[in-house]
Structures are given as structure tokens and as C-alpha cells.
Design a protein around this ligand. Structure first.
Ligand SMILES: C[S@@+](CC[C@H](N)C(=O)[O-])C[C@H]1O[C@@H](n2cnc3c(N)ncnc32)[C@H](O)[C@@H]1O
Length: 251
């Protein structure tokens, strides 16, 4: 499927169910209302042991790579933990998005989590500005935003590439941990194709970890074939299983 113009909602129809956006294009939810924050924390942050990696004292940059920016929930969960640490590493959160959500739908995340600081005015404005530029010139598809840590010694950089995964992943730098969050594989095979996994591997180094809510057999086999060690663990809430792991070699 071709990425769509975010202002043309007819091509990217969204419906709200229980206050949560649902993509009618992919017939799937962006995040679950009951425990979406906790689920993101369990699957992606704990699945990749992110807190420990953020706390490492080395000065070098820490890079999170995400497949599917959506409403930004995973970004905000990661950012909140980073802010809560006394001395977190300088961090980059690099994501991609082919079907960017319009402002009104992003703001629904604020309604779902009213006690958290999520989409504030300046951030929304900066997102909309980047989308406008992308609409005029497809080659300018990068949105960036920076948060300074309260200790003034570290910063958190957001980089989101707009466009299809095949176009965006090659633009990523080397990644330390992956959040694989592209709707369920049965509903969105492009995001989980062996070609996408191969691209993801080109942006990984031995030790790079990944986590995802899915434990589909083809995904486990595909990752193992590329040299990733794949481990099953209990899924969040009522979900039976999820997988996480790391790249063992670049064979
Ligand atoms: C489950 S949602 C991501 C949820 C998100 N991480 C969050 O925190 O809200 C999956 C995202 O992947 C995007 N997506 C699906 N297929 C894509 C593709 N082929 N290329 C780029 N993005 C894609 C969708 O538009 C959607 O925003």
C-alpha cells in the first residue's frame, strides 16, 4: 500500500472505539485503552531492558529504533523513563511512519492519559510543520525535536522519517534496541516481511536487541535465519506470548 497524505482522511480512515483510535485501513488499534502505557512499558522497554541501557555511564549515544510511530505512545513512555533518571545517556529515538495521524487524533492520546505531559502545543506544531514540508517535497521526510534533561547534561532527540518502511529504514543509523510495533503481522505483512527484517538487520550490530508483542512463527524463524537469538516470554495481560532477543552475529 502507498503511504497516504495525512490530511486526506478518506484514505486513512480512523474510528474511535472506547476512546482509542482504530485504523480502518489495517483494522487494528494504535494502543489499547486498558493498560496501553503499561503494555508499551512491558513489551518494548522491559523487553529490551531499556532502563538499564539508558543508565549506562558511557558517554556514547543510545539509539532506539521504532517501526511505526503512530500516536507516539512508545516515545512518551521512553521519554518519561529517560527524564526520571538522574544521569541518562544522550538518546535518539528514531521512528518511521507511512500514514501519519492528524493532530486531532494525536491529541486523543492526551485525553487517554490526562495526567501525563504528552502532545504539548510546540510539539504538535513542529510535527505539523514537518508534515507540510514532506507534502511539498517527498525527499524532505525527516521530523526532528529535542528535549533537554533537567540536569542540562543530556538530551533526547526524536527523529521520525515519513514514508514507507522500505524507503525509511535505509535512512536509519545503527540502532541499539528495536521496538517492532507495526500492527499485527496478519493485518500488515509489509511491516514484517523478510525484506523489512533484512533491512532492520543492516541497521543492527551484534548485541542490538529487539522486542515485539507478536510471537508469530514466521517472524521467529525469519529473525533466527538472519542471526537473531529469539526468546519467547509471557505476553502482556491476557496475551499468551511475545518475543524479544538480540543479534548474535552478522552472518
Ligand atoms: C500499531 S501502530 C504504532 C503505534 C505506535 N508505536 C504508538 O506508540 O502509538 C503501527 C504504525 O505503523 C504504521 N505503518 C503501517 N504500515 C507501514 C508501512 N508499510 N510503512 C510505514 N509505516 C507503516 C501505521 O501507520 C501505524 O501508525
Amino acid at each position: 500500500m502507498e503511504p497516504v497524505n495525512p490530511r486526506n482522511n478518506l484514505k486513512n480512515p480512523i474510528e474511535f472505539k472506547d476512546g482509542v483510535p482504530v485504523s480502518l485501513l489495517f483494522d487494528d488499534v494504535y494502543f489499547s485503552k486498558e493498560g496501553g502505557w503499561e503494555e508499551s512499558n512491558y513489551v518494548f522497554l522491559e523487553g529490551n531492558r531499556v532502563t538499564a541501557k539508558l543508565e549506562k555511564t558511557e558517554k556514547s549515544k543510545f539509539r532506539v529504533g521504532e517501526l511505526g510511530f503512530g500516536s507516539g505512545l512508545n516515545l512518551f513512555v521512553t521519554l518519561e523513563i529517560w527524564k526520571s533518571l538522574d544521569h541518562p545517556r544522550p538518546t535518539e529515538f528514531i521512528s518511521l511512519e507511512g500514514y501519519p495521524l492528524p493532530k486531532e487524533i494525536l491529541l486523543s492520546l492526551n485525553n487517554s492519559y490526562p495526567k501525563k505531559e504528552l502532545w504539548f502545543d510546540e510539539l504538535i506544531l513542529s510535527y505539523e510543520k514537518a508534515l507540510e514540508i514532506w507534502q511539498i517535497d517527498n525527499s524532505r521526510n525527516l521530523w526532528t525535536y529535542r528535549w533537554e534533561h533537567s540536569n542540562l547534561r543530556s538530551h533526547f532527540d526524536l527523529k521520525v522519517f515519513f514514508g514507507d518502511i522500505k524507503h525509511c529504514l535505509p535512512q536509519f543509523p545503527e540502532i541499539d534496541v528495536w521496538y517492532m510495533d507495526g500492527f499485527s503481522p496478519g493485518k500488515n505483512p509489509d511491516m514484517w516481511s523478510q525484506e523489512s527484517l533484512r533491512l532492520l538487520k543492516t541497521k543492527s550490530i551484534p548485541g542490538t536487541s529487539f522486542a515485539t508483542f507478536s510471537s508469530a512463527g514466521f517472524l521467529r524463524r525469519g529473525l533466527a535465519e538472519l542471526g537473531f537469538v529469539v526468546e519467547k516470554k509471557k505476553g502482556f495481560g491476557r496475551k499468551r506470548e511475545m518475543i524479544s532477543g538480540y543479534l548474535e552475529s552478522t552472518k
